[in-house]
Design a protein around this ligand. Sequence first.
Ligand SMILES: Cc1cc2nc3c(=O)[nH]c(=O)nc-3n(C[C@H](O)[C@H](O)[C@H](O)COP(=O)(O)OP(=O)(O)OC[C@H]3O[C@@H](n4cnc5c(N)ncnc54)[C@H](O)[C@@H]3O)c2cc1C
Ligand SMILES: NC(=O)c1ccc[n+]([C@@H]2O[C@H](COP(=O)([O-])OP(=O)(O)OC[C@H]3O[C@@H](n4cnc5c(N)ncnc54)[C@H](OP(=O)(O)O)[C@@H]3O)[C@@H](O)[C@H]2O)c1
Length: 469
Amino acid sequence: MTPAPSALRVAIIGAGPAGIYAGNILNRLVLEAGHTVAIDLFDALPAPYGLIRYGVAPDHPRIKGIVKSLQEMLDAGNMRFIGNVSYGTDLTLADLREHYHAVIFATGAIHDAPLVIDGIDLPGSFGAADFVSWYDGHPDVPLEWPLDATDVAVIGNGNVALDVARILAKHADDLLSTDIPASVYAGLAGSPVTDVHVFGRRGPSQVKFTPIELRELADIPDVDLVVYAEDFTPDSFSEQLVASNNQVKIMTRTLNGWLTRAPLGASRRLHLHFMHAPLEVYGDGRVEGIRFERTEHTGDGNVRATGQIVDYPVQAVYRAVGYRGSALTEVPFDTVRGVIPNDGGRVLDASGEPIAGLYATGWIKRGPVGLIGHTKGDALETVTRLVADLPALVAGDTIESPDSAPDAILALLEQRGVEFTTWAGWRALDAHEQLLGSQDLAHPGRERIKVISRAEQVEISRTEALLTL
Ligand SMILES: Cc1cc2nc3c(=O)[nH]c(=O)nc-3n(C[C@H](O)[C@H](O)[C@H](O)COP(=O)(O)OP(=O)(O)OC[C@H]3O[C@@H](n4cnc5c(N)ncnc54)[C@H](O)[C@@H]3O)c2cc1C
Ligand SMILES: NC(=O)c1ccc[n+]([C@@H]2O[C@H](COP(=O)([O-])OP(=O)(O)OC[C@H]3O[C@@H](n4cnc5c(N)ncnc54)[C@H](OP(=O)(O)O)[C@@H]3O)[C@@H](O)[C@H]2O)c1
């Protein structure tokens, strides 16, 4: 039996930008196709926005503009946010199959990619993703971070490496206009750091930074920027890249400009090193230094080892060599790329065939690279596939049962004792955090202070607004 158009039900797992864009686009395209759709947007965290809340650096408030437009999408009421619900634990694939015609996985990436070198697991060696989660007040990481090093190495030449290096080098007081929780301020304020060294294995023209993020380094109060002439070896491939790519041109010019910048005598320094491939983190029972092999250009954008070994005595190492998606229960996973195998967003089984009703979008679809805006195009591609599949999705409908009623999934969660949060609950928590910010009279204009604890977030969300779904 062909169901009434209003019967189409879609679950989206992950309320980061990819999931929210997918819900918004899905609603529009399904309407254009003459149907209506009920969308439930689940997240394992009590609050929405994924890495915008728990990845974007606190001193990057301009990103808040994106949150505003995502918030408008959720305020419009076309999709229902259900937070604090973890797929794989609180809900199974069978549950979703029972209640929805289709599922879109938008679970992103939260963990560090591995860096396989000796000593990487020594105490004092950290993954950038864990540190980011800490300074962004993620509820699932410890409240305290060991900031006891004067000299720190950050491995990687991407924007995450810059975020980590900047937050490590900045004086805590210069972050007090941001949303950092008190425990993060206290941790950073106690840091004895004097020198933060960022290492790239390739050259200044092969960095994966973006120009604004790079230039920002020059404006950190009381932090001197140091670059080294020996890292700027001429290379014809790099010269061609500079000539053909405006972004590379800007960044190479910026870096070259810093070669002649006189030090200001700041109390902290941020060093940018290039042509250093990490070999080993060394130390007796904890990090005492990091060993690199110098590299040289091969002429095609890559580098090769030169055999020249160089050691830097440091007491902490942060690897910022990329993020990695995690496998989801009962969903195919490409362990090499850390993504859900898919064709334009349609999830593929082991033989490469699409699995009916399962889709993926965002970083879990194409890997942990790209800006928030890129997840929009991603979502459009995935949702276009889903809409093309509409006839098949609703044909032979198996969820034409009382269980397909919108509140059945909530009843199931309640029955399992899952303390789910809602959009109204998030708005209450959002208002609460903003109030905390406005109450910091010592720092007028503070937009919010984040609540870290999951239990506290859930309590504020549920007390204020549970049944206003
Ligand atoms: C440190 C860092 C800083 C960044 N800064 C910027 C920036 O300044 N500007 C910019 O444009 N881009 C930035 N990016 C990139 C941007 O964050 C990503 O492009 C974007 O967040 C990817 O969106 P996503 O929705 O795919 O994943 P995510 O944002 O990771 O969202 C995934 C969501 O899925 C949820 N989830 C995961 N597993 C489950 C499960 N089992 N059940 C239920 N829910 C689950 C997670 O809790 C999360 O909320 C940054 C990235 C990082 C790592
Ligand atoms: N402000 C912002 O806009 C912002 C902030 C943070 C993140 N982001 C975005 O989020 C995405 C993820 O950023 P990211 O920094 O995690 O990843 P990324 O941009 O892919 O950078 C990863 C870095 O790690 C290096 N690397 C990888 N493996 C290595 C190894 N074995 N040894 C040494 N170095 C190694 C890479 O070097 P090679 O190039 O040589 O491989 C590269 O420099 C990016 O698209 C980024 O732009 C944006």
